[in-house]
Design a protein around this ligand. Structure first.
Ligand SMILES: [Zn+2]
Ligand SMILES: [Zn+2]
Length: 102
């Protein structure tokens, strides 16, 4: 597993917990597509039915890559810390996940 993985997973926004099927909320299914989950994302705090819950979403690899790519694409256009010569730690965490094989 890439050392930047945990950091990158924290940067990926998940769907709203309140609207998710129980299996995706429990992390047994991919939080995005509902397929078999292979990769753990960072724990989240969300309000579900009026209560604050801590949940640990998981993801399949294709969704993880797609979301990392998407967030990376947004990041690179809005981040004030990233220049053409130097990239911020967030970017360095996202980049391998979005573009490299592991
Ligand atoms: Zn998926
Ligand atoms: Zn940046």
């Amino acid at each position: 597993m890439h050392p930047g993985f945990v950091r990158a997973a924290e940067l990926l926004p998940t769907p709203k917990a309140a609207g998710l099927p129980a299996e995706r909320l429990a992390g047994t299914r991919c939080v995005w597509c509902g397929g078999a989950a292979t990769d753990a994302l960072s724990a989240r705090l969300s309000v579900v039915k009026g209560e604050l819950v801590r949940w640990k979403p998981r993801s399949c690899l294709p969704c993880l890559r797609r979301e990392a790519k998407r967030v990376y694409g947004i990041h690179i256009t809005v981040c004030a810390r990233c220049t053409h010569r130097d990239y911020c730690p967030d970017n360095k965490a996202l980049y391998p996940l979005a573009l490299e094989c592991r």
